[in-house]
Design a protein around this ligand. Structure first.
Ligand code: NAP
Length: 256
């Protein structure tokens, strides 16, 4: 058990990659705060079902990560339940399409609000708690191959993930004196609800697979494996790095 008795917060953990990470962390001995988006009955049910399947090792907590007050309340709930925080995975994200010429302020603010500002707020409050505890900690962001690779029609998404790329590096330097490791995981194409339309469309699937040297989509468990490494003591000297988990996609991508 690589995370025995650690306390881990995972945002956007009712679905996809976050859910995979929460399950693996619990299996590795961690106590887990499963964050889900409020006002979504489906997410609430999924998060609560996951928490109860992990028995007394997990709680489900609603918070829109783009609202500081809700993130503060989530931190309070986490501390009330488990008394400390050792690991924060800033994973919640959205990926709506909108061509640049038609991109509205609402679209831009929503995507940047969840993907970048949300990650900023969650990591800041987590880091403050870790500093108070004085025993180091681990912060992991789920960025994307699009922290580097352009993706036409997804300018706001790319801006948010590109922002995460440098925000993570900056935070890693500022938190180094506190022995808080800060890293990104950059997934390629992973089989989650975020990609459901592609997964359900054979033609789109064929196009997508042509870009992936490994010849298939990744699974949430394969992201969770890297997250477990980064959250564990094995990664004690790893900070300020992005781990690409993409079946080679980054090196082959041609045109979208
Ligand atoms: P997913 O299954 O849609 O999961 C995203 C989770 O984030 C959902 O539970 C979602 O809830 C939640 N969320 C959205 N807005 C939120 C908010 N304001 N506050 C709290 N939670 C919120 O997609 P996924 O593929 O697992 O994505 C997880 C992360 O991986 C994202 O940051 C995404 O950008 C990144 N990523 C994914 C891929 C991929 O191929 N799947 C590739 C690269 C990067 P709702 O379902 O209610 O919106």
């Amino acid at each position: 058990m690589r995370l025995k008795d650690k306390v881990a917060l995972v945002t956007g953990a009712s679905s996809g990659i976050g859910k995979g990470i929460a399950i693996r962390f619990a299996a590795e001995g961690a106590r887990v705060i499963i964050n889900y988006r409020p006002n979504s009955p489906h997410d609430k049910a999924a998060a609560q079902a996951l928490a109860s399947s992990l028995a007394d090792r997990a709680i489900a907590v609603a918070a829109d990560v783009s609202q500081r007050i809700e993130v503060e309340q989530m931190m309070d709930a986490a501390l009330a339940a488990f008394g400390r925080l050792d690991i924060a995975v800033c994973n919640a994200g959205i990926c709506p399409e909108q061509p640049f010429l038609e991109t509205t302020d609402d679209h831009w603010n929503q995507v940047l609000g969840v993907n970048l500002y949300g990650a900023f707020v969650v990591s800041q409050l987590a880091a403050r708690q870790m500093v108070r505890q004085g025993e180091g900690g681990k912060i992991i962001f789920t960025s994307s191959v699009h922290e580097d690779i352009p993706y036409p029609r997804y300018t706001a998404y790319c801006a948010s993930k590109g922002g995460l790329r440098l925000m993570m590096r900056n935070i890693a330097l500022e938190l180094a004196p506190h022995k808080i490791n800060v890293n990104n995981i950059a997934p390629g194409a992973i089989a989650t609800p975020m990609n459901q339309t592609v997964l359900d469309d054979p033609e789109e699937m064929e196009k997508a697979l042509r870009e992936i040297p490994w010849g298939r989509f990744g699974q949430p468990e394969e992201i969770a494996a890297v997250a477990t490494f980064l959250a564990s003591d094995d990664a004690s000297y790893v900070t300020g790095s992005t781990y690409f988990v993409d079946g080679g996609l980054t090196h082959q991508v041609s045109a979208y």
